[in-house]
Design a protein around this ligand. Structure first.
Ligand code: FAD
Ligand code: MLT
Ligand code: ZN
Length: 483
């Protein structure tokens, strides 16, 4: 990709203008007038350290009005921008490609209101997910999204990526839970749609364009979201299974035995569990080695009632040998230890140098076939092996099995074009043949930009471009990304 020459380069005059809007020292990280490259570095590189931008300016507004003034000025002066939340995105969407200005939402971190009767939370976009959830815990509620990056990702970033996470199976997607949005358009217009209504059929529901929009049409500054009751009784179990077939049977049985209390059904292959043991020293919950593992969580309102259901389920899957071995957490510490076997995978996979990550929706019966196919390709090509001379360390699969969402990951010792060419477009063609999606929950960002056509028709891409143009005619919002 080449820098688009229609965008202006940042000058001292621009910087002075922004300093006038934002006032406080810490709100402007300025690499134009002073050598602040060190301070700017974390805003320029993504979580995986795969993408690196060259922004010279980071702006941290504290209010919606400040965001509005910044964007209006950028739009009038053809300055390109990248909205940034916690910078935990996995598709290179949250960092600049060239010298776009980073607009970081971390100073917009206030909870605005919470209604204990309806469970509706209204908060600034920059509130950290875990902070929001801890606030809600005190009120007996829960944020309807949870994911491994909760300690740093922001609720605005979650909405902008339409993050799925670990409990989508139970609470549904943000398209259902987000009731309203406050956002700023590139021309500075404040879209005040912070509705608290569950039902509101009054024409096009425009908030949905911001949910999963990945910062390409405006900046989300506030959200209103419906939060369910927090379940007092939570149980977590972890199983070893002999095959992916058995994992599917376990899922069917979990749905029928646990029905309304089932709140997560996650799958990890045996390779991921060996990796977390080796890299992070995680103590694995079961003695034996199994090719597949599942983590099941139940959340309900009556501990006795839930335990009885869970016991029946466990007895059934053990007796019928659907499951080879299993463990049920006895307390909060054990619950966390079991979850660590699932949530710890992402970080460990980066251990050798890099990871090719694929986040795919695939019909459930075919989910793991892709992992096997990709592994066979690398083995046959002689690229996968244990010592330094092989670029590929392993090919692993894990993910939100309850949502048919596979995370296919290829940890490598170095990024290598030869390796990349063996997986892309192979994986995307494979997924398109199954009528799946090339991005189940992480979004498109810069990584998936060339491959949108595998999941969207020409007509749909044309309509998306028309929408983008009508919101952002100058194209300043998060350029070079998927549109
Ligand atoms: P960022 O990374 O800062 O930004 C992501 C995108 O949103 C960018 O395009 C950015 O421009 C845009 N954006 C950010 N804030 C705004 C805003 N206020 N207005 C407009 N646009 C904005 N994702 C899942 O779906 N499920 C998971 O289970 C999951 N687990 C993860 C586990 C780990 C360890 C990590 C590192 C990531 C995980 N992710 C997961 C990726 C996920 O996309 C992010 O964690 C999260 O949703 C991004 O939030 P963020 O605040 O970090 O956004
Ligand atoms: C997860 O489910 O762990 C996240 O989506 C992150 C990842 O894909 O590694
Ligand atoms: Zn995921």
């Amino acid at each position: 990709i080449q820098r688009d020459s229609k965008f202006a380069k940042i000058t001292q005059e621009h910087v002075d203008h922004f300093k006038g809007i934002l006032g406080s020292e810490s709100a402007v990280i300025d690499g134009v007038s002073q050598d602040a490259t060190d301070d700017i570095e974390p805003f320029n590189s993504d979580w995986m350290r795969k993408f690196r931008g060259h922004a010279k300016l980071v702006l941290k507004p504290s209010t919606t009005e400040e965001v509005s003034k910044i964007l209006k000025y950028c739009n009038d002066n053809m300055l390109a921008v990248v909205p940034q939340g916690g910078n935990t995105g996995l598709v290179g969407g949250s960092v600049p490609v060239f010298d776009e200005i980073v607009i970081n939402l971390s100073k917009m971190n206030q909870i605005r209101s919470f209604d204990e009767v309806s469970g509706i939370l209204v908060a600034d976009a920059g509130v950290i997910l875990e902070v929001a959830d801890n606030f809600l815990a005190e009120k007996g509620s829960i944020f309807p999204l949870d994911l491994g990056a909760k300690g740093s990702c922001q609720i605005g970033g979650n909405v902008a990526t339409n993050a799925g996470g670990l409990r989508l199976l139970r609470y549904g997607s943000l398209h259902g839970n987000v009731l309203g949005i406050e956002a700023v358009l590139p021309d500075g217009t404040i879209v005040d749609d912070l509705s608290k209504l569950r039902k509101n059929n009054t024409g096009y529901d425009l908030k949905h364009l911001f949910i999963g929009g990945e910062g390409t049409i405006g900046i989300i500054t506030g959200i209103s979201i419906i939060c369910p009751q927090r379940s007092p009784a939570v149980n977590v179990a972890y199983f070893g299974l002999e095959s992916f077939e058995q994992a599917q049977k376990a899922f069917t049985e979990a749905k029928s035995h646990l029905s309304e209390i089932l709140s997560a059904f996650e799958m990890m292959d045996g390779r991921t569990q060996k990796i977390i043991q080796k890299v992070a020293g995680t103590k694995l919950p079961l003695e034996g080695d199994y090719p597949f593992y599942c983590l099941i969580e139940t959340s309900g309102s009556n501990a006795d009632h839930d335990s009885e259901k869970l016991q029946n389920f466990l007895e059934h899957v053990m007796e019928t040998e659907i499951v080879q071995d299993g463990v049920l957490a006895q307390d909060q510490t054990q619950i966390q230890e079991l979850w660590a076997c699932r949530e710890g995978i992402t970080e460990c996979l980066g251990h050798w140098g890099g990871v090719y990550k694929y986040d795919l929706s695939i019909p459930i019966s075919r989910m793991y076939d892709l992992v096997n196919d990709v592994r066979d390709r690398f083995t046959e090509a002689g690229l996968l092996g244990d010592d330094e001379s092989f670029p590929v360390v392993d090919v692993v699969g894990y993910g939100h099995m309850g949502d048919s969402n596979l995370h296919l990951n290829v940890p490598v010792r170095r990024f290598d074009k030869k390796v990349e060419k063996m997986i892309e477009p192979y994986v995307y063609e494979w997924v398109a043949n199954e009528k799946g999606s090339i991005s189940a929950e992480h979004g498109l960002g810069v990584t998936k930009r060339p491959y949108v056509g595998y999941s969207k028709s020409e007509t749909m891409i044309r309509l998306m471009k028309q929408i983008k143009d009508s919101f952002d005619p100058n194209g300043i919002m998060n350029p070079y990304k998927y549109l």
